[in-house]
Design a protein. Structure first.
Lengths: 202, 202, 202, 202
DNA sequence: GATGAATGAGACTTCATTCAT
DNA sequence: GATGAATGAAGTCTCATTCAT
C-alpha cells in the first residue's frame, strides 16, 4: 500500500504530506470496512473510520467508484510485484505455480475488495498495468510448458480463469474455511499438469 | 421455471390462474433484469417490466429478499433435478462429470441470479433442498471414485468448490466469452481425475 | 349491537340474511381489532378477522371511514339508550350521575373505538341522533339542578366536556388501571356539585 | 422552544449555527403542521415546510418517531419549568392550582402535539424528566393538602388524570371553543377541593 | 484544505380501494 | 353476492455527492 503515494500520476504534483496521509487512511479504512462488512459500506462510514469528513474523501477520490478502483489497483500492484519476483526465480518450471499460490495469498489477505479483479468490466485484468500482467503471465506459461510442467493446450486465458476462480473461492469461503481456497488451487494446478506428471494434492 | 406452479407448497391452495401468471411474469422479469443490470435492480423496475404494480409484487413476495430467494430456488431446483437424472444414468463413472456439466449449463442460462448459490451465507447449498443435494452428490462422488474416475482424496467439499468456481466464471465471463466456463470446468474435471487416467481437454 | 340490522335506513331494502351476518361479523371484528391494536388496523386485517374478503367489506361499507362511523354509531346508540333509561328512573336527582357513570361503563367496554365520540369533527355529539342526546341531557341537567344536586352555573357543554374527559381517561388508562376512569369521574361529579353538598369520593 | 439549543446534551458538541437553525425550523414546522393537520403529516411535508430536504430532517432526527419525541420533550420541558416556578411561589396553597392552569396554557399553545403526554405508552409522564415531574407534583400536592386546599384522599395519580383530561379537552375543543378547557379545569379543581371550601367557578 | 451539514433522487414497502374472476 | 388479486399513490428512510462554513 505504501507504494501508492510514491508513484504520483504524471503531470500531477505530489500530494502535501497531510493530504497523502489522509489518502492512506482512507484506503486503509476502506480495506478494513469492505473486509468486515462486504461491498455495501457507505462512503460516510469509510470517512468516519478514516477519521475525516466525507468532503475530504471526495477531495481525494472524485467518486466512490474511484476509491474502490484505487483499492483494486493496490491489490493488483501487489500481485504484479509477486509475479515479477516469481518470474525471476531460478526454477522456471515452478514459477507459474508459485505465482498462482502467491496471488492467492495476496487475495486472501484482502477479502472483500476483490470483486473487480479480472472482471468482465475489465477484461484485460485490472488497472493500467494489465498489459504488463498479460505479458509476464504469457512468458511464465510458456516456460512452464517448455519445462513440461503444464499441458501444451493451456492458454493464458485459462490461467486468468484460474485466478478468477481462486478470487471467488477466497471471497466466499476464506472467513469460514481459511484453507479451502488452497485446496481448490491445488485441484486447478493438477488440472493444468500433463496427465503423466505425478500429482500431489493437499 | 414452469415446474414452479406445478409444485404447490403443502397446505397452500394453488394460486388463481391470473395470480399464477403474474407470479410467473414477475420471476421472468426479475431473471431478465438481474441478468441485464446486476443485483441492484429496483423492485419497481421489476414490477414495471412484469407489467404489474409494485403492490402486486409485494403480494406475491413479501420482500425483495423473498423474490430473490425464489429465483435461487428455481435455479437450484433445476440443478437438483438434473443431478437426480445424472444419478439415475446407467454409467456411474460418468454421472459426476455429467452432473457438473449440466449444472454449469443451467447456471449459464441464469446469469445474474447466481450470486447466492453455494455462498458463505448458505453454506449447505441453497434453499430447503440443500441436504438433498449433499446426499446425492455424496453418492455420486462415491460411485465415481469406485469406478476409478475420480481421485480418492476428493471430497464433496471439493465438488462444491468446483461449482462455486463455475458459478463465478459464468457470472464474470459468459457474456463476453460464452464458452470459457466450459473450458474451465474441463480443467477442473481433469484435476479431479487420477493422474493415470487419460485426460482429454477441450 | 344487535339493534343495528333491525333498523334499516329508510328507503333501503333490508339486507339479505347472509349479508346482514357479514355486516355483523365485520363490525365485531373491527371492534375487537381496534381494541386490541389501536386505531391503525388495516381494512384487510378487519376483513380477514371477520372471515370475509376485503371486497365484501367494501360492499357493506363504502369506505373505511364509513365502517368506523358505524362503530361509533353503535356505541352512541348504546349510550343514548342508557341515557333514556336514566331519565326515566324515579330519582331525578340521581339521573345525571347515573347516566354519566353508565356512559363511562359503555365506553370502557369499547376501548379503541372511542376517539370520535364528542369530537371537534362532530361538535354536536355523534351521528344522527346527536340532537336527541343534547335534548335529553339538557332535561336531565335541569332536573338535577332543580333537585340541588348540581350547581346552577353548570351547562350541558360542561357535561359534554366531562364525557370527553371520561372517554379520554378510558382510552389512555383502562388497559392498565381499569378503575382509574371511575375515580376520575367521581372527581368530576364532585366538581359539579354545590359546595355544600357532602362529597363522597372513591 | 428557544430553550432547546441553549441546553446542549452533555458530551455532544453544540450544533453549528446553520444546523441549529435548521433544527429549529424543523421543530417549528412540525409543531405547525401537526397542529394544522393532525398526527398523520408526512416527514416530507414537514421538511418542505421547514425549507429543507428530507435528508436534513433525518440527519437531525433519526426517525419520524424521534422528531415527535423531540416535540413532546419541548412541551414537557416547558411544563416542567412552569411547575418548578409554581413550586417556588410564595403561596403554597395556590401552587398546585397555578401549576395546573399554566400547564393547560402551555398545552393549549401546542395543540396537535400532545397525544403522547401522560399516555399509557409512557405511564410515568414523558421523556427522561418524568421522575422529576412526579417528585415535584408530589411535593406540591402535599403542601396543598397541608394548606387545606385539596382533599386528603387525592393522589398524584388523580392529578395526572386531571392533566390527561385537560390535554384531551384542549385537543378536541381549543380550535372551536378556545376557553372550554379552562372552564373544565375549573370544574376539576372544584372537585379536588374539600367540600367546605368556597368554590368559585368561571 | 478540511469539515460535516445539506441535498434529493430513489430505495423498499404499505394500504385503502377497485375490479376481474 | 363474494372473493382476493391488483392497483398505485404515498410513506419512511438512505446515501452518493455538493457546498457553505
Amino acid at each position: 500500500m505504501s507504494s501508492e503515494q510514491a508513484r504520483p500520476e504524471d503531470g500531477e504534483r505530489p500530494l502535501r504530506r497531510d493530504a497523502a496521509e489522509n489518502r492512506e487512511r482512507l484506503l486503509r479504512a476502506a480495506f478494513d470496512l469492505f473486509a468486515e462488512q462486504g461491498p455495501e459500506v457507505g462512503v460516510n462510514d469509510i470517512a468516519r473510520r478514516a477519521g475525516v469528513g466525507p468532503g475530504t474523501l471526495y477531495r481525494r477520490f472524485p467518486t466512490k467508484e474511484a476509491l474502490i478502483d484505487a483499492l483494486y489497483d493496490i491489490v493488483f500492484d501487489e500481485i504484479l510485484d509477486t509475479v515479477h519476483q516469481a518470474l525471476d526465480s531460478e526454477e522456471p518450471g515452478e514459477a507459474l505455480e508459485l505465482c498462482l499460490r502467491r496471488s492467492g495469498e495476496i487475495m486472501a489477505s484482502h477479502r472483500g475488495c476483490l470483486a473487480r479483479l479480472w472482471t468482465a468490466a475489465r477484461p484485460d485484468g485490472a488497472g493500467d498495468r494489465a498489459p504488463e500482467w498479460w505479458a509476464v503471465m504469457d512468458r511464465m506459461l510458456e516456460r512452464a510448458q517448455s519445462a513440461g510442467r503444464v499441458r501444451q493446450d493451456v492458454t493464458v486465458q485459462d490461467v486468468r480463469a484460474c485466478l478468477i476462480s481462486v478470487r471467488c473461492i477466497v471471497e466466499e469461503t476464506v472467513a469460514d474455511s481459511p484453507d479451502l481456497w488452497r485446496r481448490h488451487l491445488d485441484l486447478l494446478l493438477a488440472g493444468l499438469r500433463p496427465a503423466a506428471v505425478t500429482q500431489a494434492v493437499g
